[in-house]
Design a protein around this ligand. Structure first.
Ligand SMILES: [Zn+2]
Length: 254
């Protein structure tokens, strides 16, 4: 069988890749968050995944070994957030860079109080650039597959950043589909974000990842991954946010 990988990097606008039945079933079996999807949703996801494989270019780095099954897992999970929104929501970028594990990036840090700028390395498991690549650590993808309901999922986190960036502002407010009120989104998320930041500032133990207090963009990305992975926890902790995520993404696959 011709390797999918050899056909990746096809021109933009290329026809979706047809995914072999056996490979598709293996992908569903490998991704516990996908198996509860209805047969109709699985057909839609398979079509979206074929389009992802035709339109995006996979770039393994630092000795990362990518094969068809790994590319399929990444593509299928990346398409889950747009299952009900549509493939157009993944527009504006092409490259998927995959590291074997955590990776370092050089960053400038500005101290707001002293004005001093220092350089240092950040260790990341995923990153999303506006109109640039999606960058992922394979080791962390595997960890998410093995513990699918822990509230963490690096692919869903980074794809949510991509959706947030679509209107040019990475601010926790993605462009809204017609059935979600932007004003309700901003008010509900702002309230929940401030409450979360206050709890983190007071060193309270929070069910939602403390990292969500880093900014409204991280709050959205963390809440989205938590909602796909453990929707009942988000509904219990932040019901308004859970309801809005269900309207935005469609019902969670459980
Ligand atoms: Zn993030």
């Amino acid at each position: 069988m011709l390797s999918l990988l050899r056909r990746l990097g096809a021109r933009f606008g290329a026809a979706p890749l047809a995914i072999d039945d056996t490979l598709w079933q293996a992908t569903i079996d490998a991704c516990p968050l996908l198996s509860p999807l209805s047969p109709t949703d699985q057909r839609t996801l398979r079509d979206l995944t074929g389009r992802f494989l035709a339109h995006k270019r996979f770039a393994p780095v630092q000795g990362m070994q990518l094969d068809d099954s790994r590319c399929l897992v990444i593509a299928a999970m990346a398409c889950l957030p747009v299952l009900h929104l549509g493939f157009d929501w993944l527009r504006g970028w092409r490259e998927v860079i995959v590291y074997p594990g955590e990776f370092r990036v050089r960053r400038e840090h500005h101290d707001d109080h002293t004005g001093v700028v220092t350089e240092g390395d950040d260790v990341l498991i995923g990153e999303a650039w506006e109109r640039g690549p999606l960058i992922l650590s394979w080791a962390d993808i595997v960890q998410d597959l093995e513990d699918p309901h822990a509230g963490f999922n690096v692919i869903l986190h980074e794809i949510t950043h991509k959706l947030d960036m679509l209107d040019g502002a990475t601010d926790g407010v993605p462009p809204m589909p017609p059935w979600v009120s932007r004003r309700e989104w901003i008010e509900t998320f702002q309230r929940a974000y401030e409450a979360h930041c206050a709890a983190v500032d007071q060193d309270e133990e929070t069910v939602i990842d403390p990292y969500a207090a880093e900014g409204p963009d991280e709050f959205l990305a963390c809440l989205a991954e938590a909602w796909f992975s453990a929707p009942d926890i988000v509904d219990r902790e932040m019901p308004g946010v859970g309801q809005l995520l269900a309207r935005f993404f469609g019902p969670p696959p459980s």
